[in-house]
Design a protein around this ligand. Sequence first.
Ligand code: NI
Length: 263
Amino acid sequence: MLVDTHCHLDFNSFDKDRDQVITRAREIGVERVLNPGINLASSTNAVNLSKKYSEVYAAVGVHPNDGLSWESDSVSRLRKLATHKKVVAIGEIGLDFYRDRTPKELQIQIFKEQLNLAAELNLPVVIHSRESLAEVLEILEEWRIKLDHSQSWLAEYPGVLHSFSGDVQLAERTRELNFFIGITGPVTFRNAEALQDLVIRLPLQELLIETDAPFLSPHPYRGKRNEPARVKLVAEKIAELHQEAYNIVTEITTANAARLFKW
Ligand code: NI
């Protein structure tokens, strides 16, 4: 059994062949797919896909690059969407200082409001971070203190740092927060030595495997549209790096996702 804990099946790049994409994932053993939203429309579509396909679950949230779509009623609309039983997380949320589609202050405000919503609903968070990991971790550290004070059981498994690309020190801070570390296709790239070295140091019990499809296709499909079935290539690479059996890697990472998303 395999899980793809991050895939944007709602994107229009899948409009022509979504059924076949899901069939291919099924055939390879993918039994759970998490579709995070990037804005309210996308979150609504993610929920609708979770109703249509048994293996699809949804996260709802506004991505930092879509921050300009944020409105005063966005939190209440997300809260309402999150009542659907296949919504298992708030995401993807975070900070993106690589693209400047949303002013920094607004990104930070939206991020914090959605973290508060997650705490209120006892839902874990799916975090996007690009050239912003130190700032993201500072905000998550404050959030964790609040969770601890309110004795929230969310503190045990509060979320995942999706498509992790930080160094050893930042990974250490992420682990101290009890966050899972999401590994995507770039771990298979020939020039990914730093990420591969990091993965070797991290216990399998703290990793989630993801595609981030349609993006980040693993080797040998780099640059092509990605899809959930290719999560297998990520699992195979992790098995190779850890010198562990493929089945052990999929068993452990599948159990990790079940602990986080309670699915
Ligand atoms: Ni994503």
